[in-house]
Design a protein around this ligand. Structure first.
Ligand code: PRT
Ligand code: ZN
Length: 294
């Protein structure tokens, strides 16, 4: 059997653009055309399989792929249906494509407790997660499985309520619906087979995840450089957001000023730059960080 690591990714959709960007920032280049289902990296023994997101947990479970990048919601739905749910596990949470799986109903529905779901028809693309929620709450209700456009179900009298993914809530609002309960918080995750995949593959996975961590933390961090008068240095340093220990260096021709440089673990807004300027800082530069390894 090939020792190349096989990774299942969504071919096109909400996860694909950022997933490819992260993989490429990890130093992997793939020769890929739109219709290619499999592409190979030159730098590490890694192959990508480009598929629909719903197929990803199954490809990992059936050992065709070793890793998969998928929404936690899709992973959980497949896990609930699986006879051996412990065979796949989440190995890394990617922190993007965040959304919630929610129960929603008409604006006039007065909801106070899950008991009001008793006997209702609930349209959803996630019947297994919904049924698990209903069972946990001792409710008997009917999950009506739909593959898309779940939000129109109450209007078409297909169901009383829906259970669907929400990010901004605009789709619910446009359809006269409101959230009545959040069942699951979801984000993009990396899943893998729980069993040991052998020393070679495990080493590649470890390297890849370290690089992904570095890429993701670089995206969230900024590098800030500025000049500051010595007498206001402590005020300036206090204003730098999420910074542990800045580098202070002497300036060649202005002994009463220093150069301050720091990695900030959060975004730097205009307000902060204006406050730094007011505290005496000048020549303030905020730079993106490309890669970061701690
Ligand atoms: O074709 P394929 O099967 O691969 O993709 P897909 O169409 O099934 O999935 P896709 O690409 O739409 O979503 C992939 C993953 O993105 C999901 O499984 C979630 O993990 C995640 N995600 C994040 C979302 C959303 N945000 C989201 N808003 N998936 C779907 N939505 C829907 C939502 O249900 C609503 O209908 O987008 C619409 C807009 O949402 P609002 O609340 O912003 O109006
Ligand atoms: Zn899908």
């Amino acid at each position: 059997m090939s020792n190349r690591l096989k990774i299942a990714l969504q071919k096109s959709g909400r996860l694909s653009e950022l997933t490819f960007e992260i993989i490429e920032k990890c130093g992997l280049t793939f020769s890929r055309s739109k219709n290619n289902l499999i592409c190979s990296a030159e730098e590490l023994p890694i192959d990508l399989l480009l598929v629909r997101d719903d197929d990803i947990p199954g490809l990992v479970r059936s050992k065709i792929c070793d890793l998969g990048f998928v929404g936690e919601n899709v992973y959980l739905e497949e896990t609930y249906k699986d006879a051996q749910p412990e065979a796949i596990e989440i190995t890394y949470k990617l922190g993007f494509a965040k959304c919630r799986l929610c129960l929603a109903g008409p604006q006039e529905f007065q909801y106070t407790s899950p008991s009001q779901l008793q006997g209702k028809k609930i349209a959803t693309s996630y019947p297994a997660i919904l049924n698990a929620f209903l069972a946990r709450n001792g409710i008997t209700a009917e999950a009506v499985a739909m593959n898309g456009s779940v939000e129109v179900a109450p209007r078409l009298k297909i169901a009383d309520l829906i259970c669907d993914l929400v990010s901004t809530g605009a789709t619910l609002e446009a359809n006269g619906l409101k959230i009545i309960e959040t069942i699951l918080q979801s984000q993009a995750v990396i899943i893998r087979r729980a069993e040991n995949l052998g020393a070679e593959k495990e080493a590649i996975i470890e390297r890849l995840i370290k690089r992904i961590q570095g890429t993701l933390s670089a995206r969230q961090n900024k590098y800030i450089v500025m000049h500051a008068p010595r007498h206001s240095l402590s005020d300036v340093v206090r204003l730098i957001p999420g910074c542990e220990s800045p580098t202070i260096a002497q300036l060649e021709h202005t002994p009463d000023h220093v150069s301050v440089a720091a990695v900030c673990e959060e975004n730097i807004f205009w307000e902060t730059i204006e406050q730094l300027k007011a505290a005496g800082a000048s020549s303030i530069l905020v730079l993106p960080i490309e890669k970061m390894l701690r």
